[in-house]
Write a protein that binds this ligand. Structure first.
Ligand SMILES: Cc1cc2nc3c(=O)[nH]c(=O)nc-3n(C[C@H](O)[C@H](O)[C@H](O)COP(=O)(O)OP(=O)(O)OC[C@H]3O[C@@H](n4cnc5c(N)ncnc54)[C@H](O)[C@@H]3O)c2cc1C
Length: 447
């Protein structure tokens, strides 16, 4: 049996590795000139890497841990010792721990309301949640305007959603917000460093996972091959790339974000769309400031900060553990990411340096500033993951994983467990490989 996999992110490469191990003839077609998709390494100092894309993982990310162990990769704890900085109106403040200097009762009530919503959603089939139509008709911004009374809860909610989902509350449906928070392990787990989803990073960078998987697949992974069309006929399927190549196979796995999957030309056409005009991209720009060492530690600070105004809505210490460099990573998320991404590079850097100077007075100028602009990445269009807008789950949900003849679907957005995360991508890769093997069992003999 032969299978073409479209997309060499974690989902596509996991599927390809499973299928290759089962004796299937594999070709992976990747649009970019690199593998890894939404994971991407930046060399911040000779031999020291930071994550321009996905970075964090926790103990519940069991498939990711298994995959890393098999590839000889280790996790390293995210450093969070020291005080936090907050700029939430009324000047900058330092606090022990991560709890913001806002009204604790108001934030408690906000989290109680979010817990109620996440407890209601059916993670395996969000569209079958009791009251799904109502929850899917309303944006998170509309929900917040009705449900949140205290100004501190209203101030904090978009920052929380930006940090968790890189989403603008005006573009995400309440059903999607609830599904995302639930499928990631719940609010407490998703939001936590120690014991939570941000507990660790991949030592040496998350990009190595895809690079090592691709190295094992060798020449079967073809770069610079954007897939434009997929044609099925009685005998099989033909996958056409932008430069006119045709790859013939028994089945195809499409492992790309929904907006990109929707832009491929399918014949016969798809019975249901993979994205609608309400489907948003979510978005983050990640800014890495590189110093000789993590100077903020000497001031008793962890590097963690939260700000109500941009560009950096939060910062975190991403220094490599061998202290070969100090790396402060800033997250520009939601609506602010679109404004920031539209600036020219000099303006981006000037805004960043001004804000970091206010948050961490006394820091020397950075040796380098790296900007990972996911807003303008034509082959991502979903970051951290696609943001499902009003009506999307009801319309798209039932068909998200349903094969279209010989075309099968993967990618983190097809996983209702850890939707949007590396763990979701890997789980979707394993799921789709098993699905292909069982659907085309007559073509496949165990090696
Ligand atoms: C800034 C940022 C921070 C993040 N933080 C975290 C985090 O801390 N922890 C975490 O777990 N997750 C995080 N994520 C999310 C995580 O990166 C993704 O969930 C995961 O990598 C998605 O993998 P995937 O294989 O589903 O999709 P992708 O990685 O998007 O892979 C899809 C691949 O398909 C290719 N492609 C697209 N269109 C075509 C086409 N037409 N033809 C051929 N190839 C095509 C793309 O180039 C890409 O390589 C973050 C993401 C970003 C961007």
């Amino acid at each position: 049996m032969s299978v073409v996999v479209v997309g060499a992110g974690l989902a596509g490469l996991t599927a390809a590795a499973d299928l290759a191990a089962a004796g299937v003839e594999i070709t992976v077609l990747e649009a970019r000139d690199r593998v890894g998709g939404r994971t991407h390494g930046i060399e911040v100092a000779p031999g020291a890497w930071a994550d321009g894309g996905a970075a964090y993982l926790g103990d519940r990310h069991t498939e990711l841990h298994k995959l890393m162990a098999g590839l000889g990769l280790a996790a390293t704890p995210t450093a969070m010792d020291g005080g936090s900085r907050f700029a939430l109106g009324g000047g900058e403040k330092t606090r022990a721990g991560r709890f913001p200097p806002l009204n604790a009762v108001a934030l408690g009530e906000l989290f109680d309301l979010l817990y109620d919503l996440t407890a209601r959603v059916r993670p395996d089939a969000p569209w079958l949640t009791p009251g799904a139509a109502g929850l899917d008709a309303v944006t998170a911004a509309e929900w917040a305007a009705g449900a949140l009374r205290h100004p501190d809860a209203r101030l904090f909610f978009p920052l929380f959603l930006g940090e968790m989902m890189a989403a603008d509350p005006a573009s995400v449906s309440v059903l999607h917000m609830a599904l995302y928070l639930r499928s990631g392990g719940g609010i407490r787990y998703l939001n936590a460093f120690s014991g939570g989803a941000q507990q660790d990073r991949v030592l040496g960078g998350a990009h190595q996972i895809a690079e090592r998987l691709a190295a094992q697949l060798g020449a079967r992974v073809r770069l610079n091959r954007p897939v434009r069309a997929i044609r099925q006929d009685g005998g099989g399927v033909s996958v056409h790339t932008g430069d006119g190549e045709e790859h013939r196979a028994d089945a195809v796995v499409v492992a790309v974000p929904p907006l990109l999957a929707q832009s491929i030309d399918y014949r016969p056409g798809l019975p249901a769309p993979r994205a609608t005009t309400a489907t948003g991209r979510g978005c983050a720009v990640k800014v890495q400031l590189v110093y000789r060492e993590p100077y903020w530690h000497a001031h008793g600070l962890s590097g963690w900060s939260v700000s109500a105004t941009g560009p950096l809505l939060s910062t975190v210490d991403d220094s490599p553990p061998d202290a070969g460099a100090g790396v402060l990573t800033g997250f520009v998320t939601g609506a602010e990411a679109y404004r920031f991404a539209a600036l020219d590079p000099a303006a981006r850097e000037a805004e960043t340096l001004r804000q970091v100077g206010e948050l961490f007075p006394g820091l020397p100028p950075p040796d380098a500033v790296h900007v990972s602009d996911w807003v303008n990445e034509p082959y991502s269009r979903g970051c951290y993951a696609a943001v499902f807008g009003p009506g999307d789950w009801l319309r798209l949900g039932p068909g998200l994983r349903t094969p279209h003849g010989r075309v099968h679907w993967a990618g983190t957005e097809t996983s209702t467990e850890f939707f949007g995360l590396m763990e979701g991508a890997i789980r979707s890769g394993h799921r789709v490989a098993a699905e292909v093997l069982s659907s085309h069992a007559t073509l496949w003999r165990e090696p």
